[in-house]
Write a protein that binds this ligand. Structure first.
Ligand code: SAM
Length: 307
């Protein structure tokens, strides 16, 4: 991952060689023109009311170490920088990175990292627990992998405020019994408190996306309210259960756990996957993990008899 060079006169010339159609061109007050690149999920915020609402929700403080993912043309960046102690930004688009470096790079509190957020090592920014406040109007094509990549650093993160597709926010915040309740919500709620803050209409962006968006706040739990013995096992249980959404639990989980083992748990086996809570899934997961551990201990014992 490259830190962007701290020098003025960075060439902000577009790689498109000026062949920009006016439809997708964003023109900043300072004359910078940029054609939104679909492959980078670029929908730039222009609605000042929405921008201010997001900043108010984040409420940056002079002691805060902020990290912005995909700063773009700086719609949020400038307002964040005006109020926080330090701002690291990760941007994949060279032209935008050069523009931001030219316009904000003089500020020693601002550091631009050119590269892919999915490969970014957030532990290079801080080793202090719960010290980073992460924000971003995320490129929608990578929003889920990006959030799960960040969970690898959840011990370093105070909170994360993201703009996402409304549908994704609804799935993240869904509760048992909701139609949208599934893998994404269960796994995110294992690690974080999820708050759906407010919705944002397509008209707030240039170019306009086809779908509505929403702001979500994810706050990593200080203590996990539900803790499993093996989180990979929980992931497997949830994946298998929701791949066969229409089946009842005892049928969908047949490949992972016997009906006899399942029936020992305080769970209604006739329920469908969307009606179980995270705590229920944790019980099932731990029962499988324990059975596997006991099984492998027994196998070892048997081997030792044969030696
Ligand atoms: N923050 C700006 C705003 O609100 O107007 C831009 C948001 S735009 C939806 C997403 C931004 O993420 C773009 O600047 C895009 O270039 C950048 N981006 C896309 N993929 C990325 C990646 N893999 N790593 C880092 N930034 C990325």
């Amino acid at each position: 991952m490259n830190k962007f060079p701290r020098k003025r006169n960075v060439d902000t010339g577009s790689r498109d060689g000026g062949r920009q159609s006016s439809a997708k061109k964003g023109l900043q007050n300072d004359g910078f023109e940029h054609r939104a690149r679909k492959r980078f999920g670029q929908n730039f915020l222009h609605d000042q009311n929405v921008i201010q609402r997001i900043i108010n929700a984040i409420h940056p403080q002079p002691t805060d170490h902020m990290v912005e993912i995909g700063p773009g043309q700086g719609a949020l960046t400038r307002k964040l920088l005006a109020n926080c102690g330090k701002l690291d930004a990760v941007e994949l688009d060279r032209d935008l990175a050069a523009y931001l470096q030219q316009t904000l790079g003089e500020d020693p509190r601002f550091e631009l990292h050119l590269g892919d957020v999915l490969k970014f090592d957030f532990s290079t920014l801080s080793d202090k627990p719960r010290s980073l406040r992460v924000v971003g109007n995320l490129p929608y094509n990578i929003s889920t992998p990006c959030m799960f990549h960040l969970l690898n650093y959840s011990h370093l993160i105070q909170d994360m405020t993201f703009m996402l597709q409304l549908e994704v926010v609804q799935r993240l915040a869904a509760q048992p019994g909701d139609e949208e309740f599934g893998r994404l919500g269960l796994m995110m709620q294992y690690y974080c408190e999820v708050e759906h803050l407010f919705d944002v209409p397509p008209g707030a962006f240039t170019p306009q996306p086809k779908v509505c968006s929403a702001i979500v706040r994810l706050t990593p739990h200080r203590e996990l309210p539900v803790k499993v013995l093996d989180v990979r096992c929980l992931q497997d249980v949830v994946r298998v259960a929701f791949t066969q959404r229409r089946k009842t639990l005892k049928n969908s989980l047949r490949t992972l756990i016997s009906e006899a083992e399942l029936s020992k748990l305080p769970i209604d086996l006739g329920l469908r996957p969307e009606n179980l809570s995270l705590a229920d899934y944790a019980r099932i997961s731990d029962s499988i993990t324990r059975a596997a551990t006991t099984g492998s201990k027994a196998a070892k014992q048997e081997e030792s008899y044969l030696e």
